[in-house]
Ligand binder design. Structure first.
Ligand SMILES: Cc1cc2nc3c(=O)[nH]c(=O)nc-3n(C[C@H](O)[C@H](O)[C@H](O)COP(=O)(O)OP(=O)(O)OC[C@H]3O[C@@H](n4cnc5c(N)ncnc54)[C@H](O)[C@@H]3O)c2cc1C
Length: 508
């Protein structure tokens, strides 16, 4: 028998969290192998060209979506017809709505700085706003503050800018405490609930950051930690001008660029190579067994990082290596899902300025329809921000409507939203319905790996270094990390690399 190949570290999964840890380790001179089950990097942040979907067919598309916890709930016309008529040619689709927080100026930029920059990635910034009772209020971005909100705040003496500024002066212990305090509790204590306009506005921003509809469950401490550490230094550098944005040509371009950097540092990555088992002997990891394109192979390493969402850890490692209480707690961590439709439009019926924004609304359907809380929406005309994702003369509409994991798997509730969305858009922008060429109703039941709720956020997540198996680490949005989903996964990758190397990369 041939000896297994030896590495300093093996990373299971090429999601953004796995790639962050792998690239930092490779940059520090470690011999690193990444094993990814799919034929491409990015995980939940992967992209597909419309041509590819039409060429490879519906089964292939369904399979890729399913590998990232997503399914097609319905479409118009039927998917077979969309594919036969090649209606997706010229479009680029991510797994579903995929904006980047602060147009990548959060932890994404910290990581890019740590690896000496990331050439070949375009980012297209967008401003965001919130519709409330027929009025559009713009989000705070850089030094811009919506004058209507400013006026209400001044008249009613509501310190609503506290939401954006308090974090910078809070000591860490206070942020730790606030992790278990909800946005609602914080807003009440600050007197923000005195104005429904201001409360609604800040609620819509908090849901954008946390992916949780219910303000009583959103952890304000997680948001504040993110503001302080991810945004604070960028405000000083003057690079924080956008609320969100999109990676040009689809979100996966970011992961592809990281893979190029990883390879430049000497890293090795194998696609279509699912890991079957993380091997443990006498309480320490010794390597992995994987199904590669060459057949079943064993790779040896004293350090293995799992980028698989922590709830699924026991698919690749025997649970007897962990105390049962830990295993149960980890499996019971809940994420948050989302209805994430795509629509191909033949014209824009909204003003150009609004087409270029991310527009939020805290209630597309009320909780009285059977949901745990009123269902929120954030939508963009992605191609108005980045024209490369739609063919000439057509437009790509994308949206996210957060749902609990249970709601995302409930076909009746999902059906209500599918029916409601075009009506909702038509009410604000007459003619919207007529502008739809095709529509794919995707539903994801794990957009956010671990919901940033008061019982789970930040430091309450799975630690990056296993306390039970030596040499085992976790990276991704289910491991310790803060802020918006992709950013949270990247932050966790940086924290994880720091633990392995005994080095402080500035994110703790
Ligand atoms: C529809 C949708 C919309 C989203 N919208 C946004 C958004 O607008 N903004 C934002 O910031 N975030 C968004 N997110 C969330 C964001 O994509 C995730 O938080 C982030 O990408 C998670 O990265 P990760 O590294 O933690 O894990 P993952 O992306 O889950 O990566 C895990 C990787 O491991 C691989 N893998 C699994 N099992 C194995 C195995 N046995 N062997 C080898 N490989 C394996 C998977 O294929 C995957 O590549 C969205 C997610 C979805 C699904």
């Amino acid at each position: 028998m041939t000896e297994p190949r030896r590495y300093d570290a093996i990373v299971v999964g090429a999601g953004v969290g796995g790639l962050a840890v792998a690239t930092l380790l490779a940059k520090e001179g470690k011999k690193v192998l990444v094993l990814e089950q799919l034929d491409r990097p990015g995980g939940r942040a992967l992209s597909m060209r419309g041509e590819e979907i039409c060429d490879k067919g519906l089964d292939w598309y369904r399979k890729v979506l399913a590998s990232q916890y997503t399914y097609i709930a319905s479409s118009e016309p039927p998917m077979e017809e969309i594919i036969d008529r090649r209606l997706l040619d010229g479009f680029t689709l991510d797994v579903g709505y995929h904006a980047i927080s602060a147009n990548g100026a959060g932890y994404m930029l910290d990581f890019e700085d740590l690896i000496g920059g990331l050439p070949g990635v375009d980012k297209h910034g967008a401003m965001y706003g919130n519709y409330y009772r027929g009025t559009l209020y713009r989000d705070v971005a850089g030094s811009f503050i919506d004058p209507q909100l400013k006026k209400i705040g001044k008249e009613l003496k509501i310190p609503f800018l506290s939401f954006y500024s308090d974090a910078y002066t809070l000591p860490e212990e206070e942020i730790d405490r606030l992790e278990k305090v909800s946005f609602q509790q914080w807003a009440e204590a600050k007197g923000i609930t005195k104005s429904d306009v201001i409360f609604n506005h800040l609620h819509s921003v908090s849901t954008l950051f946390s992916t949780i509809n219910d303000p009583k469950d959103i952890s304000i401490g997680d948001i504040f930690r993110y503001f302080k550490h991810a945004f604070g230094p960028k405000l000083n550098r003057g690079v924080l001008g956008w609320v969100g944005g999109f990676v040009g040509r689809g979100t996966m371009e970011w992961s592809l660029a990281v893979v190029r950097r990883f390879r430049e540092f000497g890293g090795e990555i194998r696609f279509e190579s699912p890991v079957k088992e993380i091997l443990v002997e006498d309480g320490r990891v010794v390597g992995v067994r994987a199904q590669t394109t060459a057949g079943e192979e064993v790779f040896a390493a004293p350090c293995v990082v799992s980028n698989i969402p922590a709830q699924h850890t026991f698919r690749v490692i025997d649970r007897r290596h962990f105390p049962e209480q830990w295993a149960k707690k980890t499996e019971s961590l809940y994420g948050y899902g989302s209805y994430v439709p795509y629509m191909g439009l033949n014209r824009l019926v909204m003003p150009e300025e609004e087409a270029k924004m991310g527009i939020k609304h805290t209630c597309v359907l009320p909780r009285t329809e059977g949901f745990d809380y009123d269902v929120y929406i954030c939508w963009n005309i992605q191609s108005a921000v980045d024209p490369s994702v739609a063919p000439a003369g057509k437009y790509l509409y994308t949206a996210y409507l957060p749902l609990t994991e249970k709601e995302a798997l409930n076909r009746d509730l999902v059906g209500k939203l599918i029916k409601r969305l075009p009506e909702f858009m038509e009410e604000i922008y007459p003619g919207f319905r007529e502008s739809i060429d095709w529509k794919i109703d995707l539903v994801c039941w794990k957009l956010e790996g671990v919901a940033k709720s008061i019982s789970q956020a930040g430091t309450q997540k799975v630690p990056v270094k296993s306390e039970h198996v030596e040499g085992l680490y976790f990276a991704g949005d289910t491991a310790k990390g803060y802020g918006v989903a992709m950013d949270c996964a990247i932050a966790s990758g940086v924290i994880c690399a720091g633990e392995i190397l005994g080095k402080d990369f500035g994110i703790r």
